[in-house]
Write a protein that binds this ligand. Structure first.
Ligand SMILES: O=S(=O)(O)c1ccc(O)c(O)c1
Ligand SMILES: [Fe+2]
Length: 347
């Protein structure tokens, strides 16, 4: 009999390893405006304005940039036990950690999932002040909350099946008759808590935070421009086809990719239909047809396994999305009649 999947509420926090905590503090606190809940000589615990749990992002000093773990909140303390039983039944490396193993987080279970990511499931967490209406503290780029994780995996279908087995709904997919190239899956009533990007993996593609309004995304761009830090902008601002969200992708001082995201849509009814995008639809990634910078498809963060060591990478066996569109979706040497760019009518 299959073990019961834990009742997962949402993507809750990520722990990133950074090589220069001061530089990371400048990026995430001074530029992005995240709130410092707690600070240690080698770690920062940060949250966004609507959040009342201790943190949604931990930055910890290390010798090389990496994703230490992704964490999901479950609905009750009992669901931590359910999670442990579920993953042990799958014969996955699983460990129970005591309250305080991560400052501000209660007892939890950590698992190395089938894709190689270290994933934590917790319920108890320290409550701290919520700054939803502390408008005097909000900058023009007020980030409201963490929204989702995006991970790079060599087998999108297998990862999709792992997450549907955990009770995630599938909101959108990019596919053709042969392959599933990308997928977005959710537990909370938005487009996703986790997204799957085909590529060498396991790697972290990005952690996304949500703002409530588009102008807050645009303000980040203006702030970076005024600081002569515009090189932190990798892609966007723009409108996604998948998710319909307004987006901006940044690279932090260690190269970790952070998305600032707003205006996706509600997915909370039980019959929420999956949206299927053809891999040749030029609007899927950028609804206005803009090309996607090659680094967005090719670069990601190293992932640490449950034992804290970097995970070796596996390459996809099928052709990746960037191979079936022209180059990396617009920057392609194989454009037959253009100057290296995809023309609007081409796919
Ligand atoms: O680029 S996509 O439109 O596929 C996209 C949609 C939603 C996301 O969160 C994302 O990172 C990327
Ligand atoms: Fe995203």
């Amino acid at each position: 009999m299959n073990a019961q999947a834990p009742d997962i509420v949402r993507a809750a926090y990520a722990e990133l390893v950074v090589t220069d905590l001061a530089a990371a503090r400048w990026f995430y606190v001074d530029v992005l405006g995240l709130v410092v809940t707690a600070e240690e000589p080698d770690a920062l615990y940060l949250r966004a304005f609507e959040e009342y749990l201790h943190h949604s992002l931990v930055l910890r000093t290390g010798s090389a940039p990496a994703l230490a773990r992704l964490a999901y909140r479950v609905r009750s303390p009992r669901e931590v036990d359910t999670a442990e039983a579920y993953f042990r039944a799958l014969d996955l490396p699983t460990e129970r950690v005591a309250a305080g193993a991560t400052r501000g987080i209660g007892e939890a279970v950590r698992v190395e999932d089938p894709m190689g990511f270290c994933v934590e499931f917790f319920y108890e967490a320290t409550h701290v002040e919520r700054f939803t209406q502390a408008y005097h503290r909000h900058g023009g780029n007020a980030i409201a909350r963490i929204d989702h994780f995006n991970v790079m995996v060599p087998d999108v279908q297998a990862a999709n099946d792992h997450y549907t087995g955990l009770g995630f709904g599938v909101s959108e997919q990019i596919e053709d008759a042969e392959h599933l190239y990308a997928a977005w899956l959710y537990r909370k009533s938005t487009v996703h808590d986790i997204a799957l990007t085909g590529g060498d993996g396991p790697r972290l593609h990005h952690v996304a935070f949500a703002t409530n309004e588009r102008h807050q995304v645009l303000h980040i761009c203006d702030v970076l421009g005024s600081l002569r830090a515009e090189h932190h902008i990798e892609r966007g601002p723009g409108r996604h086809g998948v998710s319909n969200a307004f987006y901006l992708y940044l690279r932090d001082p260690d190269g970790h990719r952070i998305e600032i995201y707003t205006s996706d849509y509600y997915t909370g009814d039980p019959d929420n239909p999956t949206i299927h995008w053809d891999v040749h639809d030029n609007r899927r990634r950028s609804y206005w047809g803009h090309a996607v910078v090659p680094s967005w498809y090719s670069e990601g963060s190293t992932v640490l396994g449950l034992d804290g060591t970097p995970q070796p990478l596996t390459s996809p066996t099928d052709p990746g999305e960037a191979a079936v569109t022209i180059g990396a979706d617009g920057f392609g040497e194989r454009v037959p009649d253009g100057e290296g760019f995809k023309l609007g009518h081409q796919s």
